[in-house]
Design a protein around this ligand. Structure first.
Ligand code: SAM
Length: 176
């Protein structure tokens, strides 16, 4: 398999990354996990709104680039998003992880005891529709605590290289 496919490398355009962050309820000082941070396309607008960013990236070279690029402004964690240790205090998630990782990641974020407040995650369109539907995986466990809604469609041309399928943002918000 070519390395880009193996790592699910589809970099988000600056404008789409800014829109993704603007769709979230994050404000100054909020703790945010940028999952599958790549080289920082989403990290930049997160810092611009004053978030405290933890950039999670499994690829060793990209984790290094993130440290070089952001220095002390960002905590870079080289880890697999599927078995990430989650914060014990309230946190948000904004990310464009590889499509192959999203189901395992969402199950983890929605597990009982999670302190997640909100998530804006780019998914394969079909997967986003499934997670926002009444038959979403595990909804009988998390459905009382979180609302799941479909967000904006992200056109293939917003990624470099473009993915083979359409993408869409899934919104998850803890109920008040
Ligand atoms: C679709 S790219 C997104 C990069 C960046 N966030 C952006 O939007 O431009 C997905 C990123 O997730 C990383 N990645 C792949 N598998 C991962 C995993 N299991 N855990 C965490 N990151 C992973 C890849 O190396 C890649 O940088």
């Amino acid at each position: 398999m070519d390395p880009a496919r193996r790592w699910g490398w589809h970099q988000l355009a600056e404008r789409e990354a800014a829109r993704l962050v603007a769709s979230s309820p994050i404000g100054p000082g909020a703790l945010v996990l940028d999952v599958g941070a790549g080289t920082g396309a989403i990290t930049v607008p997160l810092l611009a709104v004053g978030a405290r960013v933890v950039a999670v990236e499994a690829h060793p070279g990209r984790a290094r680039q993130l440290r070089d690029r952001f220095g002390d402004d960002v905590v870079v964690v080289r880890a697999d998003a599927r078995d990430l240790r989650l914060p014990r205090r309230p946190y948000h998630v904004v990310g464009n992880p590889p499509f192959a990782v999203t189901s395992a990641l969402l199950r983890r974020l929605l597990q009982p005891g999670s302190r997640m407040v909100s998530a804006r995650v780019v998914l394969q369109d079909q997967a986003a529709r499934r997670w926002a539907s009444p038959s979403a995986p595990g909804v009988h466990r998390w459905g009382r605590a979180f609302d799941a809604e479909l967000g904006r469609r992200v056109p293939r041309r917003a990624f470099r290289p473009p993915p083979p399928v359409d993408a869409r943002v899934l919104h998850l918000d803890r109920r008040r």
